[in-house]
Write a new protein. Structure first.
Length: 745
């Protein structure tokens, strides 16, 4: 590593010396001048047209830096042409190409709040382009003149300076190479800074926004083309026969639903609560306040966990890799594993065929699917992948009124988020399948005095301490949401699916966390203990179900997030037999009682396997005296589970589900799913349904139930004000005002 660094230092010094020499040459100056112009307009675009969420001096610095390297590199290409006139023309052509790239991205962004990808020109998403062109002129703004101004300047200076043939401009290539080398160094520096600010930027690629913010628009475009080319090459080689061994595996592992639970939630609405970063250890966690009273960290979730109306699990683990939230969602909706590197939906969510929960429920039960999330839709490529999953509506931050006060780094605070989702929720025809993605309990768990009502947990780690406070807040927000649902009459006929999406406290912090956990063995803390902490809560809550004679309660089956979907569908009376799903119904007698993590760690009722070490799950004892046969039998089980991960990878990278058609299953045409037009589309849907409409709003004769919502969020008044302004900007009704007028309170 250090010799690499020395080489880089030496390379930089030589390049710099050569650069100083060569830059004196008029042609080099010309290129640098053109780069400066490009830099200016790109940075202008970053600030005026793209909302990149740049915060702090360091990120601004990276942003200013990132257009330089590519501009210098790209424009230097013109110096490889030795004929002066041709070289100059080439530079102009390159500048025009840059302008087209930048300007079309700006126009596209104004329409879609996203960057252009190769795919949006071609293939499945080209309909977006035609939408953009038809409103091109409407999307133009007066300051756009600055995006075009550099072209005449470059042309004019080129003509003036280089048409006099008094100086010899030979050895163009020397300048070219010098400038190229310089751009490489600047890019290297840029990459380093980006890596410091956002580690694993390239391998995780969770957001186009991030790539542009840290490495620039040009870099993103190049990266996107390369990635698309590689993916389509792999895809082209795949064929239908590859699904055969996969379906054989899936059929062999299918766990038949139990008669006593199959279909017990049939026809109910479904509300999925994506519990950001909530781990199982928080369930039933208690501490004492200054007055000596016991306080629960999650009183509301505890009440669900212990309810006789809930199938609650205490041995379910998260199974995500780097894709974290997004891979958790992928498993939840598809029962397919994510990737070892990066996020599956970021990579494949725009193009692949999926057979996901919203589409399955729509086919089998005419469900309306909707997601609510108080952050930008492009994050984790949600907008695109939700269309592929078949969600009818996606309400992202465009539909909420975010202010500095009411939002955190990852979006709108939970209490306001649930509240401001109501006007949309009540418009959905029932039964609906909805998912709420919360953000308050998101790393780094910022502690807010005004939103904290939990005794401060004191460990050496601020992150751990904040975590308890934000989790407690998230639980309070849920309670407010449920109080509304009860009052509005949406509570009794709903299946609530709660799930923790991934760990909130990483392994490196677990030792500090353990100091406040009951019966943690801090002195001998190790891999096994870290593994056991990867449990996340999963609960299927059906109010009133125990009165119908169903025996629910706490269940100790071992499993993971992959198992949520088959369990849920079976509760709703939809058999998953025909689907390529890798999970097993957690309530089935055939359930294998085991789970594999995305990193290969395996846990069953009996054994926990970490690398080559095998532990007894119930005690954590390292089993060193197993016979060869016993070891082999256990490892064979791990391998069998691992196969599901490998098959998932095949399905994703080769887009294999396009070759497979489950009986009766239908995919929604994504062209019909314009999430920018949700309100208009809901109106149209209501008109179509006429008096068959059974949305809550329709049942309430058009009067909003929004007034039934009560929150103690300290940011409420300002949010109402911001919401009013937002409603005006978007030409949509101001729901707060409607609630004022409504008699439903
Ligand atoms: Mn998450």
């Amino acid at each position: 590593m250090s010799s690499m660094f020395l080489k880089f230092k030496r390379f930089s010094r030589i390049t710099w010396e050569a650069f100083k020499q060569n830059v004196k040459h008029p042609r080099a100056k010309y290129i640098i001048f053109a780069t400066a112009l490009l830099w200016f307009k790109t940075v202008l675009g970053y600030y005026l047209d793209f909302s990149l969420g740049v915060a702090g001096f360091f990120q601004h610095l990276i942003l200013w830096m990132n257009p330089i390297a590519f501009g210098l590199f790209f424009y230097s290409i013109s110096l490889f042409v030795s004929n002066e006139k041709k070289s100059r023309r080439l530079l102009l052509v390159l500048a025009i190409a840059q302008t087209i790239l930048l300007y079309s991205n700006i126009i596209y962004y104004r329409e879609f709040s996203d960057f252009l990808t190769f795919k949006s020109f071609f293939s499945s998403q080209s309909y977006k382009m035609s939408g953009m062109f038809s409103s091109f002129f409407a999307l133009m703004k007066w300051h756009d003149v600055f995006y075009l101004l550099d072209l005449p300047i470059i042309y004019w200076i080129g003509r003036r300076k280089f048409d006099r043939r008094t100086v010899s401009y030979r050895f163009n290539k020397r300048y070219a190479i010098s400038l190229l080398a310089m751009s490489t160094i600047i890019f290297g520096l840029n990459l380093q800074l980006a890596e410091i600010s956002r580690p694993q930027l390239l391998t995780r690629t969770f957001d186009r926004n991030y790539l542009v913010k840290y490495l620039g628009l040009n870099f993103f475009a190049t990266y996107d083309v390369a990635k698309t080319a590689r993916a389509s090459q792999i895809r082209a080689q795949a064929d239908a026969s590859e699904m055969e061994p996969i379906m054989e595996y899936v059929n062999a592992h299918y766990a038949e639903p139990d008669k006593s639970t199959f279909g017990i939630a049939k026809g109910r609405n479904v509300v999925v609560l994506h519990l950001e970063s909530i781990q199982q250890f928080l369930i039933d966690y208690k501490t004492t306040d200054e007055q000596g009273n016991e306080v629960e960290a999650l009183p509301f979730l505890n009440s669900v966990f212990h309810s006789p109306d809930s199938f609650s699990f205490d041995n379910l683990f998260h199974q995500v890799g780097q894709g974290k939230s997004s891979d958790a969602e992928l498993m939840l909706e598809n029962s397919i594993y994510g990737l070892s590197q990066g996020s599956a939906v970021s990579q494949y969510g725009s193009d692949n065929t999926f057979q996901a929960a919203p589409a399955i429920l729509k086919t089998a039960g005419q469900y309306t699917g909707a997601v609510f999330h108080g952050n930008v839709g492009s994050f984790w490529n949600r907008t695109d992948s939700y269309k592929k999953f078949g969600y009818d509506y996606f309400f992202d931050s465009d539909y909420y009124a975010l202010t500095d006060e009411n939002s955190l780094e990852y979006g709108l605070k939970d209490k306001l988020f649930y509240r401001d989702s109501i006007p949309y929720l009540e418009q959905l025809p029932q039964p609906f399948y909805t998912k709420f993605i919360t953000v308050s309990n998101h790393f780094p768990y910022p502690f807010e005095e005004k939103n904290n009502s939990f005794p401060i947990i004191q460990t050496k780690d601020e992150t751990v301490n904040g975590y308890f406070s934000t989790a407690h807040y998230a639980d309070q927000a849920l309670k407010e949401f449920f109080d509304y649902l009860k009052a509005a009459g949406l509570y009794d006929n709903t299946l609530f699916v709660f799930y923790g999406d991934h760990y909130g406290i990483s392994n490196s912090r677990n030792k500090d966390l353990a100091t406040v956990l009951p019966d943690a063995n801090i002195d001998e803390w190790g891999d096994f203990d870290n593994t056991m902490l990867q449990r996340v809560p999963v609960m299927f809550y059906m109010p009133g179900i125990s009165k119908q004679g169903v025996q629910a309660g706490i269940n100790h089956t071992y499993g993971g997030q992959i198992d949520i979907l088959p369990t849920m569908l079976h509760l709703l009376g939809i058999d998953t037999k025909d689907y390529a799903m890798f999970g097993q119904d957690l309530l089935s007698k055939d359930n294998d009682n085991e789970v594999i993590f995305r990193n290969g760690v395996y846990v069953s009722k009996d054994y926990t396997v970490i690398g080559s070490r095998i532990y007894k799950t119930s005690t954590g004892e390292l089993l060193e005296l197993l016979t060869e046969e016993e070891r082999a039998a256990i490892l064979a089980q791990v391998d069998d589970e691992q196969l599901a991960i490998n098959y998932s990878q095949d399905i994703l990278s080769n887009d294999l589900l396009r070759f497979y058609q489950p009986e009766g299953f239908q995919i929604t045409d994504e062209k019909e799913l314009d999430y920018m037009q949700n309100l208009k589309r809901l109106d149209e849907r209501a008109r179509e349904l006429g008096d068959k409409n059974n949305s809550l709003l329709y049942k309430n004769k058009g009067e909003t139930s929004f007034g039934l919502y009560h929150t103690d969020a300290p940011e409420l008044q300002n949010t109402i004000a911001a919401s009013k302004k937002r409603a005006h900007d978007l030409h949509r009704p101001d729901y707060n005002q409607l609630a004022e007028k409504s008699s439903i309170k």
